[in-house]
Design a binder for this molecule. Structure first.
Ligand code: DGJ
Length: 706
């Protein structure tokens, strides 16, 4: 039996409480004696008078045969030396390679901004600080671990503060993907042992978006409890979701192991963003979306509407001809584009992807008078101008590689990626060189946008590379604060809150196939808001899938996010140009509120339907996009239930593109006639009955609270 008289328990409580909304989640930490604290509660808000010492004691699990005499703590950094039966939160060695087995003791705390707890290990000269900072307005808690040492040490693994996962959960959802197939959700049942994801590619990667959602058993998009995690780091992460032999579960996130290549006296994890949702996956999604838009991204001009993009990549690729580009720009402007982005091919001798990366001077063969004439033309059309760079890369066939072969990262015999190497971003002279070349272009012209690409993985993971890239972007942003940056890496290969702190848009995927995009952006909405998610209307026949899709579907899918065009506008017939112009005008009329809206994924009862409800913060208006991704099994559309409405309020809903119902929709669902007024209860419990439609089409409904 525990001698309670001699046990001192320290407890801490974190609530996220915003004016007007009350508390939305509570986290309770407790530690016996001076040991590292563990999270003993994380979920729905607890009453203010909750007795934390009782909760800490009541959290403890029993001891039986085949166990130690007490259960080692699942602390913010589980310690191997305390017989923790799972993965430790910290693995390090002395400078001579001797493994260290740290054991930490309470040192100090600071509650001025969330909670900072410091623990020391005097024997090894180490200190660990945990920062836990709730953001009441977004419902995200930011977590970070900092390790300092009196002597240089080698770091193998450092987890951001470690959290328990609920045991009333049957599965976890993490994120995989591939080029043109980003944000694929994996559902893995919990079982004894580890679900281990480790990204050793040196960039966030298509394959390894660093996110995890742990839903309680039975939770859906709109209902039930869920816990969300996102590690904001662009260099590759490690995730451990482990079920211990005693049944407890732990979640660890950190940089991929052994990314710190040199001994040092200070290391820190990136920020782990976590949230608890009482209303399904959407509660996590909305928290991440709001946090990304309101707390992570810094906008050069908050009040500026997101401009409609035109990107010329799939229209011309490397074949840049001034008369063609000016013609395309004029047509794009007439369709409604507001920013023209000149993609790859304008510099060096870049006629294909085998050469010239790093030779960031304008190709005089293609632009004998420089970029000025094209930029003036674009400006004359009322559009702003953006330009593509791939700053961290170098082709062996480039003047810079010939002059500075030592600037490239990795050995001479390395396998190239897209015929290119990465530059060593840890070298100040490399960063200075890239900065000077980019600054020369940005200073010489009125440019408000950089599409920043990164088309290969690194030869080896290295945290210095990521820090070097961050430092370069930070320097450019400080010098050119009006320039927005899009993070692209062969599409969605570098998307995370670390890069989004420095950029304003992500190129979600190189797939401009609206059918694929519908799915990718639906799943990416678990973490990303419209404001940062680029989506373009691609060519009639998609270049990456070969699929031919109707303009209306292509346009509406792009209108679900930050809209743009990427097809050659010369291919559009009159009908296509009219539809695109109309949808673009609709997007412009709605973008300002949609940019701030929450995206709720709907629980469509028909797996052929991917539907979402974009809802104004006030709840006064919403738009529902119901995309039909396949032919349904049953004949008629099943009612689609909405979410997050006021049950007693009356809403007017209108199927705004009802004119596109095909002749095969022979009946008279009332929405084909015009708007109807119905209650929130009906919309959320019965659901809207849409007209029959073909696959690869989108119904769009507007709703207004009366
Ligand atoms: C990969 C990007 O994802 C494309 O959009 C385009 O910018 C090409 N690189 C250019 O090389």
């Amino acid at each position: 039996m525990k001698d309670t008289a001699t046990v001192t328990t320290r407890t801490w409580r974190l609530d996220d409480t915003a004016p007007g909304t009350g508390t939305r989640q509570t986290m309770v930490l407790a530690a016996e004696h001076d040991r590292l604290p563990q999270v003993v509660y994380w979920g729905a808000p607890l009453p203010p008078e909750a007795d934390l010492a009782t909760l800490a004691a009541a959290h403890a699990i029993d001891v039986t045969g085949g166990m130690l005499d007490a259960n080692p703590d699942l602390s913010l950094c589980p310690e191997a030396v305390r017989s923790f039966p799972g993965q430790p939160g910290l693995i390090l060695r002395g400078e001579d390679g001797t493994p260290l087995l740290p054991k930490f003791h309470y040192a100090s705390e600071d509650g001025s901004d969330g909670l900072a707890l410091t623990y020391t290990d005097p024997e090894n000269g180490l200190a660990l600080t945990f920062r836990l900072t709730p953001d009441p307005s977004t419902r995200i808690v930011q977590l970070k671990t900092i390790l300092t040492s009196e002597r240089p040490v080698h770091l193998h693994w450092l987890a951001a503060p470690v959290l328990p996962a609920p045991q009333h959960s049957s599965e976890m959802i993490d994120v995989a993907g591939r080029w043109t197939g980003e944000f694929q959700l994996n559902r893995t049942p919990w079982s004894a042992g580890i679900r281990y994801r480790e990204n050793r590619t040196g960039r966030t990667g298509h394959e390894h978006f660093p996110g995890l959602i742990v839903p309680a058993t039975g939770a859906t998009n709109t209902q039930g409890e869920a816990w969300g995690f996102h590690y904001g780091w662009s260099g590759g992460h490690r995730m451990i979701a482990e079920e211990l032999p005693d049944g407890r579960r732990q979640i660890q996130f950190g940089h991929a192991a052994r990314m710190e290549t040199k001994p040092a006296t200070r290391f820190e994890s990136a920020t782990l963003y976590v949230t608890y949702s009482p209303y399904g996956l959407n509660g996590c999604a909305v928290a991440f979306q709001r946090h990304a838009r309101d707390r992570i991204v810094t906008w050069p001009d908050d009040a500026r509407s997101r401009p409609v993009h035109y990107n010329c990549w799939e229209a011309v690729y490397f074949d840049h001809k001034l008369p063609v580009l000016t013609d395309i720009a004029s047509r794009a402007a007439a369709l409604g584009a507001e920013r023209f982005v000149l993609d790859d091919g304008w510099f060096g001798q870049r006629d294909d992807d085998t050469r010239s990366l790093s030779d960031w001077t304008v190709d005089a063969r293609k632009y004998p008078d420089g970029l000025g004439p094209l930029i003036s033309h674009v400006h004359g059309l009322g559009m702003t101008f953006g330009i593509w760079f791939e700053p961290e890369m170098i082709n062996p066939d480039s003047d810079i590689h010939r002059a500075h072969p030592d600037w490239a990262l990795g050995g001479d015999d390395q396998t190239l990626g897209r015929q290119q190497k990465a530059l060593n971003m840890a070298l100040p002279e490399v960063r200075d060189f890239i900065y000077d070349r980019m600054a020369a272009i940005l200073s010489a012209h009125d440019i408000d946008y950089v599409k920043w690409d990164h088309n290969r993985v690194l030869p080896m993971p290295d945290a210095d590379q990521t820090r070097g890239s961050y430092a370069l972007i930070d320097r450019l942003r400080a010098a050119f604060p009006q320039v927005e940056i899009e993070s692209c890496a062969s599409g969605g290969g570098r998307i995370d809150f670390g890069i989004l702190k420095r950029t304003q848009r992500v190129w979600l995927s190189d797939s401009n196939d609206a059918l694929e995009r519908l799915r990718i952006q639906h799943d990416a909405a678990l973490f990303l808001p419209l404001a940062v998610t680029g989506s373009h209307v691609g060519p009639r026949r998609c270049h990456t899938s070969g699929r031919i899709l109707d303009i209306s579907f292509r346009a509406w899918v792009a209108a679900q996010r930050h809209m743009g065009f990427e097809m050659d506008p010369r291919e559009l017939d009159e009908h296509e140009a009219r539809v695109l112009t109309e949808v673009t005008a609709w997007w412009k009329a709605n973008r300002d509120w949609m940019t701030l809206a929450d995206i709720h994924r709907l629980d469509a009862p028909d797996p052929a339907i991917l539907a979402e409800q974009q809802q104004h913060r006030t709840g006064d208006r919403f738009v529902v996009f119901a995309g039909k991704a396949a032919t349904s099994t049953q004949i008629a559309p099943r009612p689609l239930r909405l979410t997050a409405l006021e049950p007693d309020a009356t809403y007017q809903i209108e199927l705004i593109n009802r004119a596109s119902a095909p002749a095969l929709s022979r009946g008279n669902p009332i929405l084909k006639d015009g708007p109807i007024d119905v209650s929130g209860t009906w919309l959320m419990h019965h659901g809207i009955t849409l007209p029959w439609h073909f696959p690869e089409t989108m119904w769009v409904l507007e709703g207004t609270r009366l």
